[in-house]
Design a protein around this ligand. Structure first.
Ligand SMILES: Nc1ncnc2c1ncn2[C@@H]1O[C@H](COP(=O)(O)OP(=O)(O)O)[C@@H](O)[C@H]1O
Ligand SMILES: [Mg+2]
Length: 293
């Protein structure tokens, strides 16, 4: 396995801080543009065909989010949304079309509930959150941006992951992994055709994510992998950089989930401790083993 590439901690955090600054500049510009648009919003400009989807959309999308979607339409990123694919605790995922007819997954974070509480463990110690204001809306925007950045980082490292398209405020737009408005199933809901092949594919992606993207997913399981039968990792907002205080703890949890799942599929798996050591080049410590969530 290739050796871990690491920039110095100082160099890395300076780069990350610059990124945060750049982000807030872009956010400010977008906000100014949005403000100009605000009086002119016509909600019908975002067409939502399905009536159930409309109901859900109505209940979660506030005026700000509708404005963001309207602007994404003006920027020719989204043409229209067809309906909701999933309603989760922190976000809903919608299906939509781009003007060129390609299908999109549009993940919209909730600005109405306090998601910060449950997520603190992923944020403390992350330099990318160093200067984020602690009010709810700013936090949710930063969280959405984190998902987009993690997606971009992983995509660049050739991890099998939906292609990131854009992120504005609480809206993350990405490639839709599905066909004709139907998403491919999650790995938890299918019978694997070739379990060993899929296992190897998952390990390959895990290795690329760790070594090439420098990330630990931190919520990896059959619930966050799409099966086409090619495997896609999804739901990467909580992923952390390798020097996060809990990176190894999260990695070990991810590894245990994968190992448990593929053991149940009768694959002759590498034991979790061995896989951890193989991947990181270091043995498990008591701190990692003993950690309880
Ligand atoms: N890019 C995508 N293409 C197709 N379906 C997706 C995509 N992203 C998410 N989904 C669907 O939406 C569901 C929820 O997305 P996820 O990112 O896991 O959010 P949550 O935080 O709610 O778990 C997934 O289980 C999957 O079915
Ligand atoms: Mg999920």
């Amino acid at each position: 396995m290739p050796k871990k590439k690491r920039r110095s901690k100082k160099q890395r955090s300076e780069e990350e801080l610059l990124e945060v600054e750049e982000d807030s500049r872009i956010t400010r510009e977008l906000e100014d543009a949005d403000q100009l648009q605000k009086d002119k919003i016509d909600e019908k400009n975002i067409k939502i065909k399905d009536s159930d989807a409309l109901k859900v959309a109505e209940s979660v999308l506030d005026v700000e989010t509708k404005t963001t979607l309207f602007n994404l339409r003006k920027r020719k990123i989204i043409d229209y949304m067809t309906g909701v694919i999933s309603t989760g605790k922190e976000a809903n995922v919608y299906h939509g079309y781009a003007p060129d007819g390609s299908e999109l997954a549009i993940k919209i974070y909730r600005t109405s509930t306090n998601i910060f509480k449950g997520l603190q463990i992923y944020i403390i110690g992350d330099p990318r959150f160093a200067r984020i204001k602690r009010d709810q809306r700013s936090f949710v925007y930063a969280w959405a941006k984190k998902e987009f950045k993690n997606l971009s980082r992983a995509y660049k490292a050739k991890v099998s992951i939906p292609e990131p398209i854009t992120c504005v405020k609480d809206v993350v737009v990405m490639e839709f992994i599905g066909k004709k408005e139907l998403p491919y199933p999650l790995m938890k809901d299918v019978e694997l055709k070739k379990p060993l092949k899929t296992y190897k594919e998952v390990l390959d992606n895990l290795e690329k994510l760790y070594h090439d993207a420098g990330l630990v997913h931190a919520d990896l399981s059959e619930y966050n992998m799409i099966y086409t039968p090619k495997v896609y990792f999804i739901d990467i907002s909580q992923a952390v950089l390798l020097d996060h205080a809990y990176a190894e703890i999260f990695l070990y949890r991810d590894i245990k989930n994968i190992t448990r799942y593929f053991k149940a599929q009768k694959v002759d798996v590498i034991e979790a401790e061995d896989l951890f050591e193989k991947l990181t080049g270091e043995p498990l410590t008591d701190r990692v083993i003993a950690f309880e969530f």
